[in-house]
Write a protein that binds this ligand. Sequence first.
Ligand SMILES: Nc1ncnc2c1ncn2[C@@H]1O[C@H](COP(=O)(O)OP(=O)(O)OP(=O)(O)O)[C@@H](O)[C@H]1O
Ligand SMILES: [Mg+2]
Length: 275
Amino acid sequence: MAHPSTGSIGVPHSVAVLSATRGSGATLLTAAAGLVVDDAVGRVGQTVILMDADTDGGGLTELTRYWNATCEAPKDGLLGFAEDRVELAIRPVHRYLRHVHTGDPRRQDMALLPLGPGDKPGERLPTDGTLQDIVGAAVDGLVDLRGCLIVDCGVSRTPVTQEVCERVEHIILVGPPDPAGAAETAQLRTWLGERGLDRKVLGRVCNDPQGTGPCTAGPTAAEAPLMLLPYDRSGAADVALGRLPDRGTPLVRTLYDGLLARWPDVLDDGAMGAR
Ligand SMILES: Nc1ncnc2c1ncn2[C@@H]1O[C@H](COP(=O)(O)OP(=O)(O)OP(=O)(O)O)[C@@H](O)[C@H]1O
Ligand SMILES: [Mg+2]
């Protein structure tokens, strides 16, 4: 299908991914969407930036442990940023980003802000009430890089989560496809609504992390999910290695088609009208 080019190649985006229940696939969605966007528009200069803001879970930090990613700072990620002595408002977050080497010379490659190096870096983050300001400053710094920023907030509903949501453009919710998942997602929406953040919610992605059954659409058209992510064990295994699964695999096909249908400019490499 031909999609008209919006003429908006490499426009900045920032989105937070929040999950309704633990293990819904927020981290997988963050990483896989990053790989898909990088594959589509990395070569035309878009920078994909992934951030782990799930300070309790640290799933993205864990998932990317075996990615080919390097940083010159000995203590990188949010931990390095938190310990930098430069005043918060002007602290340079780019120093603490890991450069992700995808191995494809045509591509721009991605950047990653994990919680930090070593085991359980989340446990070494400040606990004196300053963390939310630190995370807020980090998100601001990453938004200023004007790439495609995807922040994994996980299941936490903390002041840190709120800080991230206030600073990004959009929020995507991830939850299980069953009625219980829909109810949990509704609770998450209420939490966001109470903080004036509901208007940023693009919708929910239904995911099936255990392959328990086919995803079914929401009960009403208004609640229809943005995407129904299929169970794809081999796709998830590729993502864990920092590799984009094959274009034909269910995970990538669904993500690619879903992004193209809803936000064609996210994937616009300038040649869409010609496809
Ligand atoms: N669609 C899927 N197909 C196959 N495996 C999946 C899928 N979605 C998630 N998984 C797997 O399920 C597990 C949980 O996913 P993930 O870590 O992304 O969830 P999460 O919401 O980030 O969890 P947490 O709340 O612990 O941070 C991972 O091993 C992941 O690879
Ligand atoms: Mg996670």
